[in-house]
Each structure stands twice: as structure tokens, then as C-alpha cells.
Design a protein around this ligand. Structure first.
Ligand SMILES: [Zn+2]
Length: 329
């Protein structure tokens, strides 16, 4: 009883000191982003950590950008009124969205595996990705990353692999890349009409790490407790990764479901960013049904921060249920 009383006094003191500091020090000095009217809010502190069995799972807010987009961005070929009706019903605007970019870090004690790497440097006109800073803030050193796994080779997934041409995670001895995805971008993308810029970006970004790339085909474990899951469609060789510890599992779903309302409530609708649109829709249905049926948590690369939650089956589709404290107890 006494210990409890003194604990709560100490906590109360700590709290009042922290509150005092927060009032006295301008928020920018604390590293907290100011929310000016023209900026989108940045989640503080930019990382979220939970436990899955013996694993530490951390999501890291790399960046977010406001996109001025209409119904056709959410659903190619659907009646605009139907898309607008869904967005409006869920209290969302119909002329813009925020696209987050949120890599994940899995810590097994032996391996520290980074899944996707953010946008990297975008030059002076746009904000750079904050992945490495957020990683430091979360208590990890970028040099401690032992392996990197890529869900696919889009710019916002590979952009943070290098800093000024050198590996941004110098301790990483293995880079896991889907063989089908790699072949597409290095052998078929130009023929399939992809821009030379996109093809060059993949080649230039992977070149300095090429001797450390491990190509993935099939679904055998790549590291203890980490298994690739074919999720082709968003890109030709897009992968998800299932992470397990004991009897607990979690799916790192990459871009299999990119919007927390549209992708879940209307999984058959597809976005112009899905390269094989019918295939992406099929994969989305399959992945969401599997995660819902197994009642395991899922992480999505573009979902609202923290992008960790559960998938509930409804009569007509699915519903995203954000994780609150299920993985903290
Ligand atoms: Zn993508």
C-alpha cells in the first residue's frame, strides 16, 4: 500500500514536471512538428512499438503527403457517385487524401529486420523521408539493422535504401527481394511501358547492394519466424510477409490494402496505382479474408498511423479495426 502511494506521488510529480516543461518549451524545441494550417499533421513521436510473442514490432512514420485526388484515384471505372458516397459516409473528403508511408521493424533479439525503406531523399523542394530519424527516436540505431526485406520495388519502398549512393543501413548483410518483382523491373518493365525513370531508379538503387540481395521465390522462411506470402497484383511480384513467434502471427501486408475504408469495404475496387488491377483486387480479397478468418493483426504500408490493426469480415466486405491495446498487454 505504501509502495503504491509513493509510486503514485512520484508519478504525479513526474507528470507535473513534464507538463510544466511542455508549457514552457516551444513545441518545436521538443521536436514536435508544428501544425500550421497548410501542413498535414505528423503523428508524434512518429513510431509505435508493440510485442508479438518474443518479437518487438515497431512501425516508423517515414512521411505523409496530401494528394488532391478524386474518385478515380480510389476506384478505376466505378461510378464517381458510388465512391463519393462511401467516402462521405465515413466522414472523409472526396477531393483529397493523405498517403502515409510507414515501414516496419521486427526485432527478434538476433535479427533486426526492416520491411521497406520509405521515400528517402526527395531533394530540396519536398520533404525527405524521416525513417532513420524516427528509428533513432524509437531506440534503434540504423546501423543495427541486420536485414532489409522489400515488399516491392516502387519508389516509396526502395527510396531509403541509400544515402548519397551508399547503403543507409550499413550493417545489413542481406536484402530480400522477390525474384519475380526483380525480374519485372530489370527485364520486362521497359517493354511493358514503364517509364525509363522508374526502371533506372530500381537499377541505380539496387546496384550498390546487389551482392547482398537474396532472391525470394516460394514461401519458405527467409529468416527464423519470417515467411514471404505471394501477393501479386499491386506490382507483378508484390510480396507480403508473415511474422510469427510461438503461436502468434502478424501479416506485413505492404500495399495489398492501401486505404483503410475503400480497400476494406470495397476490396474489388482497384486504384490506378495497382499495376495488375484485377490481380490486385483478387489478392486483396484473399489476404483480407485470410487475416480476418485467422483473427491475426496486420500492418499496411499506407494505412493511418499506427498502421496496425485487425480485419473484421462484414456482410459485404471487410472493416479495418485499428489496434488499441491488444498487443500491449
Ligand atoms: Zn506500391
Amino acid at each position: 500500500m505504501r509502495a503504491e502511494a509513493s509510486f503514485s506521488r512520484r508519478e504525479a510529480l513526474k507528470f507535473s514536471l513534464a507538463a510544466g516543461v511542455a508549457f514552457l518549451v516551444p513545441s518545436t524545441l521538443l521536436g514536435r512538428p508544428s501544425t500550421k494550417r497548410h501542413e498535414i499533421p505528423v503523428p508524434w513521436p512518429g513510431y509505435d512499438s508493440v510485442r508479438l510473442g518474443d518479437l518487438g514490432i515497431t512501425t516508423l512514420y517515414d512521411s505523409g503527403v496530401k494528394l488532391d485526388v478524386g474518385p478515380e484515384y480510389f476506384a478505376v471505372g466505378q461510378p464517381p457517385e458510388a465512391v463519393e458516397a462511401l467516402l462521405s459516409a465515413r466522414f472523409l473528403p472526396t477531393t483529397a487524401t493523405i498517403e502515409n508511408v510507414i515501414p516496419a521493424l521486427v526485432d527478434s533479439g538476433e535479427e533486426l529486420v526492416l520491411f521497406d525503406t520509405g521515400i528517402g531523399s526527395k531533394g530540396e523542394s519536398q520533404q525527405d523521408g524521416q525513417l532513420r530519424e524516427r528509428m533513432v527516436r524509437s531506440g534503434y540505431d540504423p546501423a543495427d539493422v541486420t536485414a532489409v526485406a522489400l515488399t516491392h520495388l516502387h519508389p516509396e519502398n526502395i527510396g531509403g535504401l541509400l544515402i548519397e549512393g551508399a547503403p543507409a543501413f550499413p550493417g545489413a548483410s542481406q536484402y530480400f527481394v522477390g525474384e519475380k518483382e526483380f525480374k519485372y523491373w530489370t527485364e520486362e518493365a521497359s517493354r511493358a511501358g514503364q517509364s525509363q525513370d522508374a526502371v533506372d531508379l530500381v537499377a541505380n538503387t539496387l546496384e550498390p547492394i546487389m551482392n547482398k540481395i537474396r532472391f525470394i521465390s516460394g514461401s519458405s522462411e527467409i529468416l527464423s519466424g519470417i515467411r514471404p506470402v505471394e501477393a501479386f497484383g499491386h506490382t507483378p511480384g508484390h510480396l507480403a510477409f508473415e511474422v510469427s513467434s510461438g503461436d502468434k502471427s502478424l501479416l506485413i501486408a505492404g500495399d495489398a490494402a492501401t486505404h483503410y475504408v475503400v480497400s476494406f469495404e470495397q476490396p474489388k475496387w482497384y486504384s490506378p496505382t495497382d499495376m495488375d488491377q484485377k490481380g490486385a483486387a483478387q489478392t486483396r480479397l484473399h489476404i483480407l479474408a485470410d487475416v480476418a478468418q485467422r483473427r491475426i493483426p496486420m500492418i499496411g504500408y499506407h494505412l493511418p498511423f499506427p498502421p496496425l490493426g485487425f480485419v473484421d469480415k462484414t456482410d459485404t466486405g471487410f472493416k479495418w479495426v485499428a489496434e488499441t491495446y491488444q498487443l500491449s498487454l
